[in-house]
Design a protein around this ligand. Structure first.
Ligand SMILES: Cc1ncc(COP(=O)(O)O)c(C=O)c1O
Length: 368
């Protein structure tokens, strides 16, 4: 016996098409598909399984636990871990072929020590901070880092950095980050250190900064068919992978002047049908969207009536009488209904990253 509730339909056909279109755009490069945070709310395992056999795919996760989960579900691709490496990850990384992220001298020290003690070392990439001021070595320390790598005969598989503003209209900061990264690459050459992978691009850079593709691109949001921001030209054709829907569990006929939901901030203007939808903010529905928000049902749009509750929300269907058990679409694109998540993010001053990763609670992911 299962409560009916919200569903996130995951369209793997669109996911693959998005990947193929991204590949056509960036050319013959390795693609790191970012499936951290449960695949941006889409379900990391389902997403990874759908594309794991495409050529040249690496997965990017944040936590070592996320990588272990992929391995436990039979995924054999290389997996890169974005979080700062911890020395205790090293044996696990070797055992499961995980790629670690070295971004401080202490990390290189731990890798060198492990190598001395065990004559083996996991794959790892070195990260330089070029302006995000998050993880990464400072450019000013590059000589010390490259000397240490040479002396301890460590062989990083990759070198990378991360843009702070690649999805913005003004690209001057991204360009200065790229310049810095290119200088670091020049220095590495003077130490005769070679990298299998050099990478800098996220979705924003894929759309905005082709000079930053190097030989691997990291892609999250665009793969899920969503624009990383409203400032980038969307010149890669993608379609939303997730359609977030909720079931109508009750239809109430109410008269004009009826208050709906907490606080009574919504009052019906005429006699109308109020639908109760079994989805709330505990399931990932963006609560602030109720003020201007609407849902799509059979190709038409209907206003959200009053405040979104923890588990339910109400919709004003006017003269339309929906059937109990049918679904409304909150965002995505399905069965003639379409509401871009980008539009909701903009209207409520949020981001697509926040809205998608918020999908949780009782929401069931259904692969279609
Ligand atoms: C280091 C790093 N690379 C790549 C990505 C993917 O970014 P996007 O979803 O914009 O493609 C992220 C996402 O947060 C990230 O942290």
């Amino acid at each position: 016996m299962n409560l009916i509730g919200p569903k996130a339909y995951i369209n793997t056909g669109r996911l693959k098409q998005n990947l193929w279109n991204i590949r056509r755009h960036v050319g013959d490069r390795t693609i790191m598909c970012v499936v951290k945070a449960n695949g941006y709310g889409h379900g990391a395992i389902q997403i990874a399984k759908a594309i794991s056999r495409e050529p040249g795919i690496i997965f990017g996760v944040f936590a070592v636990e996320e990588a272990v989960e992929l391995r436990e579900n039979g995924l054999e691709n290389d997996i890169f871990i974005f979080s700062r490496m911890q020395a205790e990850f090293i044996p696990k990384a070797i055992e499961l072929n995980l790629i670690l992220n070295a971004c401080a001298m202490k990390d290189l020290g731990a890798l060198a020590q492990y190598k001395t003690e065990h004559q083996s070392v996991p794959k790892f990439h070195i990260k330089f901070d070029t302006g995000m001021t998050r993880l990464g070595f400072d450019q000013k320390d590059q000589n010390e880092i490259f000397s240490f790598i040479k002396e301890s005969v460590l062989k990083p598989q990759g070198i990378y950095s991360h843009f702070a503003t690649a999805d913005e209209g003004d690209l001057s900061y991204a360009e200065s980050q790229l310049n810095q990264f290119n200088k670091i690459l020049e220095t590495s050459k003077s130490y005769e250190i070679e990298f299998t992978y050099i990478h800098c691009s996220n979705s924003g850079a894929i759309l905005n900064v082709p000079e930053a593709y190097f030989n691997l691109i990291r892609v999250g949001m665009l793969l899920y068919g969503v624009s990383p921001s409203d400032e980038v030209p969307m010149d890669v054709d993608v379609e939303p992978v997730m359609s977030f829907c909720g079931p109508i569990v009750n239809v109430r006929k109410v008269i004009a002047g009826t208050q709906v939901s907490y606080g009574g901030v919504y009052t019906t203007k005429k006699d109308t049908n109020i639908g109760v939808i079994q989805t709330g903010f505990a399931d990932g529905f963006p609560r602030p969207w109720y003020e201007k928000g609407f849902v799509s049902y059979k190709g038409q749009y209907f206003r959200i009536a009053g405040r979104v509750c923890m588990d339910q929300l109400m919709v004003d269907f006017g003269d339309t009488e929906p059937e109990e058990g049918e679904e409304v679409l909150f965002f995505g694109k399905k069965d003639g209904n379409e509401i871009p998540v980008e539009m909701i993010a903009k209207e409520i001053a949020s981001t697509t990253y926040i809205l998608l990763t918020a999908i949780h609670g009782r929401t069931k992911r259904v692969v279609i």
